[in-house]
Design a protein around this ligand. Structure first.
Ligand code: ADP
Ligand code: MG
Length: 211
């Protein structure tokens, strides 16, 4: 089970991870973007961490919704509205749940990814965050369908996200700033897919640490 305490630990860890990975993500965003993705993610999750103490009484859905609103209002660029949508859709998928079982975690991830797809009008292989999130959701589902417990299923989920990140390298970007480069976007790892995999790894680590 994923509890409210796991979710808070996850979000705190995201702030730490995105601060630590700020330069790396910004470096990935420089050849195929405007070199701000690390700054955007670190700023957004820094604001989320600042808000967490005031959210302690909220349930999981309430916390995720507040995260979505915070990201939308504090992060510029494409990533703010897209991750904001991820968290508001994820929140709606787990309304009223005091804790999350495996099916709830899958619903959360699927709803969040679909939210990004709709908001960004993106499909798989457009070289976006979806290229980490959709393989991750598919691997989570396959592991759970195969009878795995939540933690090993989350391990498979994160491994698929990380493989998805590597698989963005040969793709032509079809959405966002990177798409302006056309074929010159080939050969570069997508920054948004990279941050999406970091987000999921942080969830796994939080789930493991508090089990
Ligand atoms: P910006 O491109 O506005 O500078 P960021 O640098 O923070 O925003 O985020 C760039 C990332 O956003 C890309 O690497 C890509 O993964 C993702 N992205 C951009 N446009 C879209 C879109 N339309 N749909 C889904 N993801 C997108
Ligand atoms: Mg950028």
């Amino acid at each position: 089970m994923i509890t409210q305490a796991h979710i808070i630990a996850w979000l705190q860890d995201c702030a730490r991870v995105f601060e630590a990975q700020k330069a790396t993500l910004t470096e990935l965003d420089s050849p195929i973007g405007d070199a701000d993705h690390g700054i955007n993610m670190a700023r957004g999750f820094g604001k989320v961490a600042d808000k967490l103490p005031s959210l302690a009484e909220n349930d999981i859905s309430g916390i995720l919704k507040a995260v979505g609103m915070t990201l939308m209002s504090t992060v510029g660029g494409a990533a703010g509205p897209l991750y904001g949508t991820f968290f508001t859709r994820a929140a709606a998928a787990v309304t009223g749940k005091p804790e999350l079982d495996s099916a709830d975690v899958l619903a959360l991830l699927g709803a969040g990814a679909d939210g990004i797809a709709q908001r960004g009008r993106a499909v798989p292989n457009d070289k976006t965050m979806l290229d980490a999130l959709y393989p991750a959701a598919a691997a989570l589902k396959a592991a759970l369908d195969g009878g795995a417990d939540l933690l090993p299923a989350l391990e498979a989920c994160v491994a698929a996200a990380e493989a998805g990140v590597q698989a963005t390298i040969p793709l032509i970007a079809r959405k966002g700033r990177a798409s302006y480069l056309g074929e010159r976007s080939i050969g570069h790892q997508d920054p948004g897919a990279t941050s999406a995999a970091l987000l999921l790894r942080a969830l796994l680590e939080a789930a493991k640490a508090l089990t």
